[in-house]
Design a protein around this ligand. Structure first.
Ligand SMILES: *Cc1c(COP(=O)(O)O)cnc(C)c1O
Length: 401
């Protein structure tokens, strides 16, 4: 018989009761080091006192009023996001897919209202992940996710990741925008080169296209800067954010320049829950911590420390790990074909470490941004033991004893 909870996930048989920082405990007292952070989402770790207090206090006052009224918490969060980014205006929603949907709607409206309704095609990249709604399945373009869900939504065209000639060849009179993740997350923690991001910006300017960034996974400090595109010294026209911005509370956002945002007038887009007082209290609390002086420098420092530890590990375990890739605290171990990422993930669980699998046989590490260097070292040590468990020949060596 089907479980009451719809079986859309391959869940590990672990249920956590409580957490603190980068630690999680199951009901039966097993302790884990959490280097998955609920898929790069629990950015401040578990039970962060400032976030917990902000949510509890706001919940006791008023949680939800709808967007029929002014919401001071949302006005404040939007103003702070604008002050600290390229954006002039922000729309709040509840998830990454929803932020991307709204972003593509904004892109299409921009061209339509500028007299070019025929320009509705967004160029996307192979290996991308933009979410699970019908339109974002098409933007993602992965056949596996699209199968069985009817004709794909029109207006998305895919080219190889990192290939500028392919991008330019794909541009024609119907092109509206280029949509890219600065680091492909689900696709295998693959960073776009900074030069590629700069070339995309220049190409958008040359052809009058909008540059749309999906920073759902890479944003809000994960890369060591507030937004990953800042490493390239460029600005998008519009950007999506979600995952880490609520620190685990569901919150998504579209950040846009005025020239784009001005086309989303009353009645063009909306959400019942989006930007409610409780979600925005969470968002403001997360921002308090991440914008505190020195916080992002610390993320950068710990990230470089973890990266060095993983590089050493890769050198010690060449039979398991091919290389390390990513940016900031979004790192991937590229595994040898003899080893599977889910196999190493399971071995890490046996050692007390939580990680997340990604595409192209990559094991993803996306710890809370508040981890210490000691916790980074501990994760590397646990991964070392997990590697010993899955190394080709390990089972045979044990069997032979
Ligand atoms: C997770 C993710 C999404 C989808 O976000 P949801 O909140 O699951 O809808 C979209 N884009 C990127 C880059 C993501 O990592």
């Amino acid at each position: 018989m089907i479980p009451a909870l719809m079986p859309t996930y391959n869940r590990a048989d672990l249920a956590f009761e409580r957490g603190e920082g980068a630690r999680l405990w199951t009901a039966d007292g097993r302790r884990f080091l959490d280097f998955g952070a609920g898929i790069a989402t629990s950015s401040l770790g578990h039970g962060h006192p400032h976030l917990v207090k902000a949510i509890a206090e706001q919940a006791a006052k008023v949680m939800h009023v709808s967007n029929l009224y002014r919401i001071p918490q949302a006005e404040r969060l939007a103003a702070r996001l604008c002050e600290t980014s390229f954006a002039d205006s922000v729309f709040f929603c509840n998830s990454g897919a929803e932020a991307n949907e709204g972003m593509i709607k904004a892109v299409r409206k921009y061209h339509a209202e500028n007299g070019h309704p025929e320009r509705f095609v967004t160029i996307c990249f192979e290996g991308a992940f933009h979410g699970r709604t019908l339109a974002m399945l098409s933007a993602t373009g992965n056949e596996k996710y699209l199968a069985g869900f009817g004709p794909p939504v029109q207006g998305f065209r895919h080219v190889p990741f990192g290939n500028m000639n392919a991008v330019r060849d794909a541009i024609d009179g119907t092109t509206a925008a280029i949509l890219i993740e600065p680091v492909q997350g689900e696709g295998g923690v693959r960073p776009a080169s900074l030069d590629f991001l700069r070339a995309l910006r220049a190409t958008c300017d040359e052809f009058g296209l909008l540059l749309a960034l999906d920073e759902v996974q890479t944003g809000m400090g994960r890369s060591g800067k507030l937004w990953a595109h800042q490493w390239a010294g460029i600005e998008p026209d519009v950007m999506s954010s979600a995952k880490g911005i609520g620190g685990g509370f569901p919150l998504g956002a579209i950040l846009a320049k005025e020239k784009v945002a001005q086309h989303l007038k009353p009645g063009t887009h909306g959400s019942t829950f989006g930007g409610n007082p409780l979600a925005c209290a969470a968002g403001n609390a997360v921002l308090d911590v991440i914008l505190a002086p020195g916080f992002l420098d610390r993320v950068d420092r710990v990230a470089r420390h973890l990266w060095r530890g993983l590089e050493d590990l890769a050198r010690r375990r060449p039979e398991v790990i091919e290389g390390v890739q990513g940016a900031g605290l979004l790192l991937g171990l590229r595994l040898r074909p003899e080893v599977t990422n889910t196999g190493l993930q399971d071995a890490a669980v046996a050692e007390g470490l939580l990680t997340v699998a990604a595409g192209m046989n990559v094991l993803r590490l996306a710890p809370p941004l508040v981890i210490t260097e000691a916790e980074a070292d501990e994760a590397v040590a646990l991964l070392d033991r997990a590697c010993q468990r899955v190394a080709p020949g390990a089972a045979k060596a044990v069997a032979a004893q």
